[in-house]
Ligand binder design. Sequence first.
Ligand code: ADP
Ligand code: MG
Ligand code: MG
Length: 481
Amino acid sequence: MTSNTTFLPTAIPLPIPEEELREIVSKSNDWALMHGAAMRSKKAFSEDQVQFAPYVLIPSCFPRNEFNKAVALQPILNELMHRAAHDEVFLTETLRETKQCDEFTGNLFKIYETIQAEGVTQRISLGLFRSDYMVNSKTSNMIKQVELNTIASSFGGLITYRTPACRFVLSQLGYGHLNVNLPENNALEGLCSGMVEAWKIYGNENAVILFVVEEVTINICDQRFHEFEIYRLSPRTKVIRRTLTQIAKGAKLGPNNELLMEGEQIAVIYFRAGYEPGHYPSQSEWDARLLMERSQAIKCPSIQYHLAGTKKVQQALAKSGVLDMFLTEAKKIEAVKEIFTGLYGLDFDELGDQAVQMALDDPERFILKPQREGGGNNIFGAAVRTTMLEIKDLKERSAWILMERIHPPLSKSYIIRPGYSGLPVLEDVVSELGIYGVVIGDSQKILVNRQVGHMLRTKLSSADEGGVAAGSGSLDSPFLV
Ligand code: ADP
Ligand code: MG
Ligand code: MG
């Protein structure tokens, strides 16, 4: 539970009268479905059915200055992540203890070490990043970074269709004049243009883009939107979708380390899976990951980008003096520092011991995070203390980080969930903003560095986590105030 009393305004006067509400929900549900802002159902999975993704009917307010700040910051964060990922000493030092006690990070790091030792075949990396923020009501509503995703940064597809959906809803309700407060969002085009640029850099018109996907894909529309957008931008660029298990069985390296699969050469690999242990049911999937990394294909992300996106690296970047290693301009360093909230390592040293004590003394102030992605892995509230007591004397303590909890301001909103036929009621919600960035480059130079769009996710203020795919968040658009 967030101990919170600050409220943001609402975009339009709420509640909406019952009859009007019934009609607009019905219209906007159909709008969402017919524009593909949808997912497959986890409960009643079927490959030939989708349902609209949970969404917020009236866009949530977000402070305009903080939104603009996050947008402006993205190229700096892209640069920071790119540089940190290409610093072998920094990555090795930062992950030294973590990789020993967290098997998953250890496996990723082994691939990284192998490639470094053998020599890198493809020096170019493609990053499709998403930096996530919450406004912190405890620090005069300034944004604080939740995390920065370097792998499978999702929802760029679905979210692109939420802005016009919100405009439609506001217009229908007689507030069309307010639509100027919904910033344009071209996340899908931006992300896909990054993939197309990487495909062009690879330089073989016949080579394809490989999407690495899960055995079962719930978030299919988001992924297909990327595929279809790539086609729109570059009709010659073909996309294939394969699981790590299929890649393990079917892929091999050619004489010049080309990645070959089913008669195709792979130019770009876009990972929408591979970020959690369950995606690697056996050693074969790890072998496949290594094979891809050894290949000439441009990886999104490369193994060093993947490692740079770990929570442990986020925590290391927040340590005093570290940003100076990667960014030169004082103004940029200051701007990045401003978005960090308290981040503490739990290595077996004096600072680690202090962090353990802080968490035991005041567990509600913090969140414990393991080196995991995809939602549902963090520890909140009183459990921070019990978990800390369990791990504090174990080696695996270093696999976690401790993060200060951000307390976003509340707002009132209608969350529309699929499968619920009743009228929605106003609920207390909080939002998390994501800004997408594209970066392409190698250890020497950055070729492409852009901010390409945004997403907003909103959840009940009583929920700890807010992942849309994980089932507790809903798609939203920032209404700037
Ligand atoms: P993941 O990589 O699994 O998405 P996150 O670090 O984004 O991990 O955490 C998942 C969710 O937990 C976030 O979307 C947010 O709702 C919540 N959360 C994470 N860190 C914080 C924080 N410092 N303060 C408040 N909520 C947080
Ligand atoms: Mg997250
Ligand atoms: Mg993440």
